[in-house]
Design a protein around this ligand. Structure first.
Ligand code: GLA
Length: 725
């Protein structure tokens, strides 16, 4: 049983293949956290409860006869606000009396096979109740009568669990949730480093690592989306943890809006980690009888380093997050016209793209921005989802038929959450965008954000999308989102509900994505947000792939893809070969292979030599697809740590094949460089077909391969494919 309860000690134990998570119902119903880490057999962990001297100002509960216990210093599962615990709280509720003291204590619990879905929210899913087990703990604030149900679901096979919370108001008073964290873990040490993923447009998800010392460190977004700037992922790792060794705890929030992750050191040597909806700009009114469900946090533990943590996330997400017809199916190799043409294209021009695509073995043409309204630049027409037949040379159906007749599938771009200032929709419904009456509306890329908290707005946009998708043979949609939310308010909500708009907006987006994926189950959806500005597990629940970055320079992409891979599998990372200048097609292809793979250029401009390279790449895409998309990733040399080279490898699950890729970022100064491979079977022999050399797995992993290649220049790269004999 992954979840057990020892009724003598009143201890819950959540075991996975590699981890244990333990907490106790202490006196007066306090839920005291005891342990999270490598799997342990013990049940009696009550002694593990924090003991020690603390100073007299620390508040104590007068009903508890234990000199070692204080809300100020003990470790808790779901700490409230203003009742003796001065660290960051997991929950704060503005009560009917105007006070926000909040204190939830244990009432009851139940343990069952399976995992409940979260209403209106994306979450990890199971296909069979035997795949997960859930502990539900009902808690109550006895002064206000408000209840909170804590959900813990254990994915035993994966050393992973999820946490979320539902707040219920059975009282007769309306209250306001001011703050709600989906997960809180009180570690009894702060001897950790914190790893987060920071960035900006064109430079998403770089890796930041810093020690947790005496200062609170947090990452967050208040942009209305998870953002380019900080990803809703963080890991707490041993100070000396590396790819292959050390404890690593990964946290990832299944949510696409404002989030907060914080590591809050306490004065006694511990650290509290919390993750949830960003409380800044958030409030949620709860009338009598209503409930509120917070999104879930995925927690992964690895005792074998950061690499194993990532591989667990990859496997877990491939099986329990990514859904639908495309979850396990090979994705089409596509060509997108954006970088080649911008909005300056015609139907005829795109047909030439499809003709070249056919010659090269590419499966699909994606028509990007500019096919609707009067959209010849980014100043107009978002919201006016009517086909520009003049540009396409006739109805969309006829145009798609020309593409399909070549044997090429067709995909299309939408930006459904936006409205251009210069659009018929905005002229007709100026109050349909997010705004605060009387305040200037900031514009970004000449557009406003539609108020997706309003059903009529969502329904209108969806009806236009539905029309286009149901009347035409469209196999793929790129769903874009190109600005952040500012002056956040809704014309449809009363004053007291305005702080709900951020969250209602995200729920509205999820509702439309849900309708889209249900109405068109065979459609391949790719999310995008000015590149990778909304690369999060919430989006991955609806779209199995996300455009990783608008930056397609292969050298820049290395750090973006390395960072992204800390949490997200290769099959989710949109990666294309473009006409960027810094490296040749071989390196661009080698880097894009670590993703969904495709092209983002004008294929009419290829030289004969380019065409041969591309045909070869298309062959490699097919040859290596399974190793990369179903195999295990080993990051060998990170561009975040090494100036000269980056290297990574994929190993098939049965360890019978491996693909090593190495990119020279700057011509290295060393004359000989040996790289130890990872993840192979030390008892097997592997052949490198290209050179004919045979090596044992043991040799490759212990002595390594000499990676120096004569004549390698900046931007060059190579791959080595190894096959077990
Ligand atoms: C965003 C996307 C690009 C492209 C343009 C179109 O910037 O990231 O890939 O689709 O929008 O306007």
């Amino acid at each position: 049983m992954p979840v057990s309860f020892d009724s003598d000690q009143r201890i819950f134990k959540l075991d996975t293949a590699g981890s244990s998570y333990v907490f106790q119902i202490y006196d007066e119903g306090y839920l005291v956290h005891l342990y999270y880490g490598a799997k342990i057999p013990d049940i009696n962990l009550s002694l593990h409860k924090y003991k020690g001297w603390f100073c007299s100002p620390a508040p104590v509960n007068i009903n508890i006869d234990d000199p070692d216990f204080s809300p100020d210093v003990n470790t808790f599962e779901f700490p409230g606000e203003g009742t003796g615990d001065f660290r960051e709280s997991a929950i704060a509720i503005g009560n009917a009396d105007g006070n926000n003291s909040t204190d939830f204590r244990y009432v009851s619990h139940r343990i069952y096979d399976g995992k409940p879905a979260l209403k209106g929210l994306p979450s990890l899913h199971i296909s069979d109740d035997s795949q997960a087990q859930t502990l539900e703990v009902l808690t109550c604030d006895k002064v206000t009568g408000i209840q909170a149900v804590l959900y813990y679901t254990v994915f035993e096979e994966f050393s992973a669990m999820t946490r979320s919370v539902k707040v219920i108001n059975p009282s007769g008073n309306e209250v306001e949730i001011e703050r709600i964290m989906s997960a809180c873990v009180d570690f009894n040490t702060r001897d950790f480093d914190l790893i987060t993923l920071y960035g900006k447009w064109g430079k998403e998800r770089s890796v930041n690592r810093s020690p947790i010392t005496h200062t609170r460190q947090s990452v967050s977004s208040k942009r209305g989306s998870s953002s380019h700037h900080q990803n809703p992922f963080a890991a707490i790792v041993d100070r000396d943890a590396g790819e292959e060794h050390g404890n690593a705890y990964g946290f990832n929030f299944v949510y696409s809006g404002n989030f907060l992750f914080s590591a809050d050191p306490d004065p006694y040597g511990g650290a509290r980690v919390i993750m949830g909806i960003n409380p800044e700009g958030f409030g949620w009114r709860l009338k009598p009888g209503e409930e509120f469900t917070a999104p879930e946090v995925v927690m992964v533990y690895s005792g074998d380093g950061i690499g194993a943590m990532s591989r667990t996330f990859h496997r877990l997400y491939s099986k329990h997050l990514i859904r639908g017809a495309w979850a396990d199916v090979k994705r089409p190799l596509l060509i997108n016209n954006w970088e080649a043409t911008g909005m300056d294209f015609t139907g005829d021009k795109l047909v030439t793209f499809a003709e070249r695509a056919k010659e090269l073995g590419i499966d699909m043409l994606v028509m990007d921005d500019g096919w609707f309204g009067r959209r010849d630049d980014d100043k107009s027409s978002l919201g006016d989802w009517f086909v520009n037949e003049e540009k396409l040379g006739g109805p969309l159906n006829d145009f798609i038929k020309r593409i399909n007749d070549l044997g090429i599938k067709f995909g299309i771009w939408f930006e459904p959450e936006m409205v251009s200032r210069d659009s018929d929709l905005y002229r007709l419904h100026p109050d349909w965008c997010i705004h605060v009456p009387g305040r200037e509306k900031s514009i970004a890329r000449y557009q406003y954000v539609l108020d997706y908290s309003r059903k009529e707005v969502r329904d209108y946009i969806y009806s236009l999308m539905y029309g286009i998708l149901s009347e035409n043979n469209i196999a793929y949609v790129k769903w874009d989102f190109n600005r952040n939310l500012s002056e956040v308010g809704s014309a449809a909500l009363p004053a007291e509900n305005q702080r709900e708009v951020f969250h209602r907006y995200v729920l509205g987006v999820y509702e439309i994505m849900d309708r889209l994926t249900s109405d068109f189950p065979g459609l391949l959806l790719e999310n995008c947000s000015s590149g990778g500005g909304r690369f999060d597990p919430g989006m991955l629940y609806y779209s199995p792939q996300i455009w990783t970055s608008d930056n397609t320079d292969p050298i820049e992409r290395l750090s973006i893809q390395f960072g992204t891979s800390l949490c997200y599998p290769a099959s989710t990372m949109g990666a294309h070969v473009s006409a960027s200048k810094r490296a040749g097609y071989e390196t661009k292809g080698n880097v894009a292979l670590w993703g969904t793979f495709g092209y983002e250029l004008d294929p009419n401009k290829f030289t004969d030599e380019d065409r041969e390279i591309v045909k070869h790449q298309v062959g490699e895409y097919h040859k290596y697809y399974d190793i990369i998309h179903k195999g295990d990733l080993y990051r060998l040399i990170s561009p975040h740590e090494n100036h000269w080279r980056a290297a990574w490898m994929f190993v098939s699950p049965d360890k019978s094949e491996a693909l090593l890729t190495c990119v020279v970022m700057r011509k290295p100064e060393d004359r000989s460089f040996y790289l130890k491979l990872r993840g192979l079977d030390s008892g097997k022999y592997y052949v490198d077909d290209e050179s004919g050399e045979v090596y044992s797995g043991a040799l490759l992993m212990n002595a390594g391969l000499c990676l120096n290649r004569f004549g390698m220049e900046d931007g060059d790269s190579f791959k080595i494919y190894l096959r077990a004999l």
